[in-house]
Design a protein around this ligand. Structure first.
Ligand SMILES: *[C@@H]1O[C@H](CO)[C@@H](O)[C@H](O)[C@H]1NC(C)=O
Ligand SMILES: *[C@@H]1O[C@H](CO)[C@@H](O)[C@H](O)[C@H]1NC(C)=O
Ligand SMILES: *[C@@H]1O[C@H](CO)[C@@H](O)[C@H](O)[C@H]1NC(C)=O
Length: 369
């Protein structure tokens, strides 16, 4: 980013300058048109509508032996724990990298924690001593998060997933209360900045404001829309957001527990996927193939593995969000991972926060909580 920023700043300067000149005085030449390119429209990678994805939030992918499985095309990893060399190698191995970090909570073990001011910090998260909600309306919070985005750029991330931005749905301790509109405004700034550095931006959950933030994000990540929510919340996002607009991709993860009696290949492919016994506490009557068909929405009319329900890209993992991945066709692989002495299991964290949102969504829909 150190190289990119001055270029960006000078482009903004030019953009502002040419914009300030009354149009009537402008010679209508190509050169002038070229100068009018909005620097916010910098070309950057965007995930395709249809793709697999692998989430590794416990440990990091181990690419020491110059290979990675599965060949999902896209990986999401923890931005702080994953070194630039790993991200670079993943790119070389054909995998785009989405970097996950919290953009709305402060964790007191992060290097940048001291940059938050007292007024930035709200209530501590119930299950995570040392982690507090952030007042996303405050300039200082955005300043610190901008540096996190700079770090994502330095590390070579292709995209970011700024998590926890739905502070409005949590008991965060701020008065006046943070409302969904605050998240919309905050995300607008976060996205503009990340895109100016050449990274795309994804949003997790936040179904209540999906329509409002459509232009500010390049993809969405959904957890358990089959299990708890309703995947139809993403219908407009993937198909017809508004007249004349194209849809954007959604990457959906559902969870199972499993036992496996078969063998793995040396590079991490389950050789007898039919030997997996899978369960999900919320679908006690469904096992194995029936459960997978449910979680992948394969029993919906007209849906196949290649033509997914509402164009939603689904994968199946365990709550640990480690190397295990099951695809909707029933094949299973295991990404080789490295332990990086993580402070907490990101999977648990992600899922537990999911609940607060799900409850809110269910209430807003008049469904039982
Ligand atoms: C849930 O999905 C069903 C089937 O697509 C749809 O008919 C229903 O309206 C959805 N409910 C909510 C609350 O979104
Ligand atoms: C999808 O968009 C239509 C038209 O704008 C709107 O009526 C509908 O409520 C939207 N559906 C969802 C699930 O947001
Ligand atoms: C897996 O098992 C654990 C421990 O019993 C349970 O808390 C969790 O909800 C289970 N996950 C699923 C997806 O069923």
């Amino acid at each position: 980013m150190l190289r990119t920023l001055p270029i960006f700043a000078s482009l903004i300067g030019r953009f502002a300058l040419t914009n300030a000149i009354p149009t009537g005085d402008l010679p209508l030449s190509d050169a002038v048109e070229a100068q009018r390119i909005d620097p916010r429209q910098t070309a950057y990678w965007k995930p395709p509508m249809k793709s697999n994805i692998q989430f590794i939030l416990t440990g990091i992918p181990d690419v020491d032996e110059d290979f990675i499985r599965p060949n999902a095309g896209i990986y999401e990893v923890d931005m702080f724990y994953t070194p630039d060399t790993t991200i670079k190698k993943m790119n070389d191995l054909g995998q785009k990298v989405i970097c996950y970090f919290s953009a709305a909570t402060a964790e007191n073990w992060r290097d940048d924690y001291s940059q938050f001011q007292r007024q930035d910090l709200g209530k501590e998260l119930p299950d995570w001593p040392g982690e507090r909600y952030l007042d996303i309306r405050r300039d200082n919070v955005f300043k610190v998060i901008q540096k996190r985005i700079d770090l994502a750029k330095q590390k070579g991330c292709n995209a970011i997933e700024p998590d926890n931005v739905d502070v409005y749905s949590n008991d965060n301790g701020f008065t006046p209360a943070i409302v969904p509109d605050d998240t919309i405004k905050y995300l607008h700034k976060v996205s503009a900045y990340a895109r100016s550095l050449g990274m795309s931006v994804g949003i997790k959950n936040c179904v209540e404001i999906l329509g409002d933030i459509f232009d500010d994000v390049d993809f969405a990540i959904s957890e358990q829309c089959v299990q708890y929510l309703n995947c139809t919340a993403y219908a407009n996002f993937t198909t017809a957001p508004a007249p004349g607009k194209e849809g954007k991709p959604v990457f959906e993860v559902e969870y199972v527990n499993y036992t496996y009696t078969g063998e793995w290949s040396d590079d991490g492919v389950a050789l007898t996927p039919t030997a997996f016994r899978t369960q999900n506490v919320d679908f006690p009557g469904l096992k194995d193939e029936k459960l997978r068909r449910k979680l992948c929405n394969l029993d919906e009319p007209g849906v196949t593995v290649d033509s997914p329900y509402l164009k939603i890209n689904t994968i199946i993992k365990t709550l640990a969000l480690d190397g295990f991945i099951m695809f909707c066709d029933g094949s299973v692989e295991r990404t080789r991972t490295k332990d990086v002495g993580q402070k907490k299991n990101a999977g648990d964290m992600v899922v537990r926060r999911g609940w607060a949102r799900e409850k809110m969504w269910r209430r807003s829909m008049g469904l039982p909580v």
